[in-house]
Ligand binder design. Structure first.
Ligand SMILES: Cc1ncc(COP(=O)(O)O)c(C=O)c1O
Length: 419
């Protein structure tokens, strides 16, 4: 494997994973070269040095996540964090409540934990999302567009209010859908959960480092994330507990590390890399968000002028980047579109140098159309004709233009064979 990818390759799959930022690699290398002691080896100086460094990283990350008074459990990534959140809350010996609510458009990591809990006797209810309204032509230049297309994929608050009762122990909601980019409006969700005494878990895997979290994370009890989604290394992530005393049943037992919440030797280089990646993301957010937002708009505009009938899946956006990021409806770098009459997989095969996706990375190998796309009201055929683009920090406008050109050419070739 060569150090550099082929020069004509264009990577637009930044929801699946991101390149590690070179500044992050620089921060990690000393941890492998010289400061390699075990953070648990506090009987000697090298061990104490690394233990102090990890503590410093944790405090830095808690601050950047807007939750300085909280606790951060370091994990191998969002999947593990989600397992700890869902099983940790539901299976705690003092847990008396037996109902769990999860969004219908959640990532498989959440859905499969919920399914397993259902097999163990919990009553799991799936919360409907606001669906596609096919009667509205989505056009962000059209200021008269209805409110609905901006909210596609959000949990319907009335449905949540109806479903919540004093039996619900846990509500798990996605902030930043990994396929259609929808950002949930967290405050009403959090207010409802608090009023009913239910623990709120936020899967913020796609949102951390991409949109300002600040007090957003404070609205949830538990927040899951993975470093490799924000230009950090793979295999490291975190579960933020905004209340450090929340009771969770550990899912990995052993050496008793991390207050017994997650045993196992800490991935020190990964943790240092994750902290650096989060710091870089926080510093660059203000300039990066509008730049990526504009690239996404550029791709959409180029595609729709060359492909008749192209449709947007997911929330619409306003042409200009909102002055208040709270008014963002979707992840700035997400674009999910339907190519009328042409299967997404065939399109991808026709442009082999373009790295995009027809679903989430974890389910990309599955033959079934995406549950997210069908969950917002698309037919199975419409879902199969869709592709997801994830635009990130290292993409350029030249790459966007090239990608649009290649796709328009591939589409024109394939559509000829459609009756
Ligand atoms: C929304 C969401 N949640 C959870 C995960 C799982 O993350 P990881 O594979 O890093 O454990 C992903 C990864 O694609 C994701 O997009």
């Amino acid at each position: 494997m060569s150090e550099h990818p082929p020069s004509d390759e264009i990577y637009l799959d930044n929801h699946a994973t991101t390149a590690v930022d070179p500044r992050v690699i620089d921060a990690m290398l000393p941890l492998m070269r010289s400061e390699y002691a075990n953070a648990g080896s506090i009987t000697h100086e090298p061990g104490r040095r690394i233990a102090a460094k990890i503590q410093e990283c944790k405090e830095q990350m808690l601050g950047l996540l807007g939750a300085s008074g909280g606790q951060l459990v370091l994990t191998s990534g969002a999947t593990e964090s989600i397992n700890l959140a869902l099983f940790g809350v539901a299976l705690h010996p003092r847990q008396k409540r037996r109902r769990i609510l999860v969004g219908k458009l959640e990532h498989r990591a959440v859905l499969d934990c919920a399914k397993k809990l259902a097999r163990q006797g919990f009553l799991v209810q799936s919360l409907e999302a606001i669906t596609h309204d096919n009667s509205v032509q989505v056009d962000q230049a059209d200021q008269a567009v209805s409110e609905r297309p901006f909210r596609i994929g959000r949990i319907d608050i009335d449905t949540l209010a109806e479903a919540l009762d004093d039996e619900v122990c846990l509500v798990s909601i996605l902030l930043g859908n990994n396929e259609i980019g929808t950002l949930q409006d967290m405050r009403p969700v959090a207010d409802l959960c608090r009023a009913r005494g239910a623990i709120l878990h936020l899967d913020a895997t796609q949102a951390v480092g991409k949109v300002p979290l600040g007090e957003l994370s404070l609205q949830a009890d538990l927040v899951s994330f993975s470093a490799h989604k924000f230009y950090g290394p793979k295999g490291v992530g975190g579960l933020l507990m905004t209340d450090p005393d929340l009771m969770l049943t550990p899912q990995i037992v052993g050496g008793g590390q991390q207050n017994n919440l997650r045993s196992g030797t800490l991935n020190t280089s990964g943790i240092v890399g994750m902290a650096r990646a989060l710091a870089i993301a926080s510093e660059s957010l203000e300039s990066e968000m509008p730049r990526i937002y504009a690239l996404r708009d550029r791709l959409w505009q180029k595609l729709r002028t060359s492909i008749p009938g192209l449709r947007l899946n997911g929330p619409a956006w306003n042409k200009d980047f909102p002055t208040d990021p709270k008014d963002l409806y979707g992840l700035p770098g997400n674009l999910n579109v339907q190519f009328p009459g042409v299967d997404g997989q065939s399109l991808m095969l026709k442009v082999p140098g373009l790295a995009v996706s027809s679903g989430s990375a974890c389910t990309a190998a599955e033959p079934h159309p995406s549950h997210v796309l069908t969950g917002i009201g698309l037919s199975q055929d419409q879902a199969r004709c869709s592709l997801r683009f994830g635009i990130g920090r290292f993409n350029t406008s030249e790459q966007i233009d090239q990608a649009a050109k290649k796709l328009a050419w591939a589409y024109s070739q394939l559509i000829q064979f459609v009756a």
